[in-house]
Write a protein that binds this ligand. Structure first.
Ligand code: MG
Length: 252
């Protein structure tokens, strides 16, 4: 099943995506996914970010080949950081290239959407807490990230976390293709099977520290092939079984 959030006729709502139709829900899909009886054509709606996370919990250097290209070693345990909720934008929204940065990178990633309150999740049970999966771009001001001892500024500008176009709930995310394209050219092509720490491990590790709430998003790390973007570029993150998240880069 695909769940989206959309704007139609000035109203914003969660919806089940059935082919070309949005089936409007009474509340969030994690809260029961009850249809309210209204249906809309997908083509006439603006898709919004498919959830409204209180936090985006991210992992750095979670693919061996990406850690190699960064030349900063391989962390033995998941290297966690946060992006603020104000980073989140949706499919076809603009990513703003900040004036403070001279190097803005894409990082295509699998996004995991939490479905219920998760605290100290036991190994092997993470799937019980996951609602579904989405495409995510961990947009990074690389120069600022490298210049600061913490990554908060480099990863935390407004619009630095496009997610979407929707949440797919029926995916086995353990071995799916992930591609990032810049202006139609493939720049990243890998498989989620190549993560150092898999999704189950990440949910357990993160929830041992902080409670994950319904709608929170985990950014599972990017494979090799990261690179810069310019204003006017179009960046796409495609994940097999989910879809394509497309965003344009806009000058501040
Ligand atoms: Mg990343």
């Amino acid at each position: 099943m695909k769940y989206a959030r959309a704007r139609f006729g000035g109203e914003e709502f969660y919806a089940l995506v059935e082919g070309d139709t949005l089936v409007r829900l009474l509340d969030r899909p994690f809260d029961g996914a009850r249809p309210d009886g209204r249906r809309y054509p997908l083509s006439g709606a603006k898709l919004l970010a498919p959830c409204e996370p209180t936090k985006i919990v991210c992992v750095g250097k979670n693919y061996w080949a990406h850690a190699e290209e960064m030349k900063e070693g391989h962390p033995a345990e998941p290297l966690l950081f946060l992006k603020p909720s104000t980073c989140v934008v949706g499919h076809e929204d603009e990513v703003v290239y900040p004036k403070l940065s001279q190097r803005l990178d894409y990082e295509g990633e699998l996004g995991v959407v939490i479905g219920c309150r998760a605290h100290c999740v036991a190994p092997g049970t993470a799937r019980d807490y996951i609602f579904g999966y989405t495409c995510l771009n961990d947009v990074t001001a690389r120069d600022i990230q490298k210049g600061d001892p913490q990554w908060t500024r480099g990863k935390g500008f407004d619009t630095f976390c496009p997610i979407g176009p929707w949440i797919e709930t029926e995916l086995d995310a353990g071995n799916v293709c992930l591609q990032t394209r810049l202006n139609g050219e493939t720049r990243q092509a890998s498989s989620t099977a190549l993560m150092t720490h898999d999704v189950d491990k990440l949910v357990c590790y993160m929830s041992a520290c902080m409670t994950l709430l319904p709608g929170d998003v985990i950014a599972t790390g990017t494979p090799e092939g990261i690179g810069p973007m310019r204003a006017g570029d179009v960046v796409e993150v495609e994940i097999e079984g989910i879809g394509v998240l497309l965003n344009r880069i806009a000058a501040e």
